[in-house]
Design a protein around this ligand. Sequence first.
Ligand SMILES: Nc1ncnc2c1ncn2[C@@H]1O[C@H](COP(=O)(O)OP(=O)(O)O)[C@@H](O)[C@H]1O
Ligand SMILES: O=P(O)(O)OC[C@H](O)CO
Length: 496
Amino acid sequence: MAHVLALDQGTTSSRAMIFDDAGRVCSSAQRELTQHYPQPGWVEHDPHEILSSQFDCARQAIAMAGLKAGDIAAIGIANQRETTVLWERATGRALAPAIVWQDRRTAQRCEQLREQGWSALVRERAGLEIDPYFSATKLAWLLDRLPDARVRAERGELAFGTIDSWLLWHLSGGRLHVTDASNASRTLLYDLQARNWGAVLLDCFGIPASVLPTVVDSIGQCGETDPEVFGAAIPMTGIGGDQQAATFGQCCFSPGMAKNTYGTGCFLLMNTGHEAVVSRHHLLTTVAWASAGEVCHALEGSVFMGGAVVQWLRDGLGVIERAADVQALAAQVPDAEGVVMVPAFTGLGAPYWDAQARGSVFGLTRGSSAAHLARAALDAIAQQTADLVEAMRLDGTGDLRELRVDGGAASNDLLMQIQADLLGVPVVRPQMLETTALGAAYLAGLGAGVWTDRGVLERQWVQDRVFEPQRNADWRATQRARWADAVACARNWRPT
Ligand SMILES: Nc1ncnc2c1ncn2[C@@H]1O[C@H](COP(=O)(O)OP(=O)(O)O)[C@@H](O)[C@H]1O
Ligand SMILES: O=P(O)(O)OC[C@H](O)CO
């Protein structure tokens, strides 16, 4: 029996899971990652803690499965995307903390670039919005702020990478400086048509080509681990940004299929096939995966506050003890009774891209309780997702037939029912909710020949529950209109 090791390096934790060739979980290990907030709007990780936590749990997962490194057929990597690391090639030491995708320090620079009129060209070439979310302005910030960094980068002494590149560099003992196309397509520097770094984009963001990794396929061998790391050389045959990996793990292999992951944020990706559909409604065009020179694209909507709203109810307001308690609290009331929450705590992502909007609650009365707030929080998660589905429809993707769901908050039955009601399409939850790690294993297993084709994987996908819509179109229209009003009010509020 063949075994595949999946490394899932996420925003809040590093995870490692071993799967057998029937797609079953043999072992799983996880380590929390320290979050650093050195200034308002800044979010950082220690790149070396990312390495130690990820490698420790990989070793633990191998041991827990009763295996040795030599028994592992392949390693697949799925990672938090956009997060930016700059390191010294000679020593492999990071020059500064990693700037995390949630970090807003380059908001002004992005505004400047938008004012200079770069948005249309960038959207056309990179498929993305000019927003601090993506890597390019984070990397430029490091090159401009760290002593001698720009000169050293131009001399070829420094390497840039998203977390996949950073892990691969150290897994290979400093031999590999690569990234896959799905991660590259989150940097603002990758030209979707040229299928490589784009000279105009490098110019726009002021990035020297000498710091960039080589772009490789998501499926296929890119190298082997240094035997020092796990005790034997293991082929590394799969790489994907975590949301693209989850799309693969959900077996959304055909155009029109979509998944939404309800984690800290919500990330909805729809497979658009070979075509890189450029959105006219502020969604993102992204590489889903690349294999044997073939590229599959996706339209993506990224929502910054998903399950994190529930964390706020827990840690900020203290109205629940555990995230899962939100369901019972929200179920105490039949609906939010006019309370609408817009969770723009860090601005709004797709399709608004409004860095200035702030979290707001509307419609409070003397009768409003914690239960109404909890209900409004779940409504808000589902409404933000409905915004994305609506934008996709306007982009001409056709009507969504069903939405596959995963991530921590997808275990919430009430949220899933609200989602189905607001979308008017079935919401389908698989038994396996760790689809990111599963997707990394699938990419790697296909790359190593553990699985011969995607049909085998489709047969391993098992449904847990389908949530059918229970409300009519009039109800949906009223709810959506109320939400649109609330979003407009939240966007009119300007923080001082
Ligand atoms: N039953 C639940 N209902 C609603 N939200 C939940 C529930 N369980 C977990 N969450 C939320 O889901 C998120 C954790 O999901 P996870 O997929 O582990 O996220 P990530 O990979 O982004 O760290 C947290 O923000 C948490 O508040
Ligand atoms: O680490 P996650 O699962 O919250 O995913 C983060 C995304 O990749 C950011 O784009």
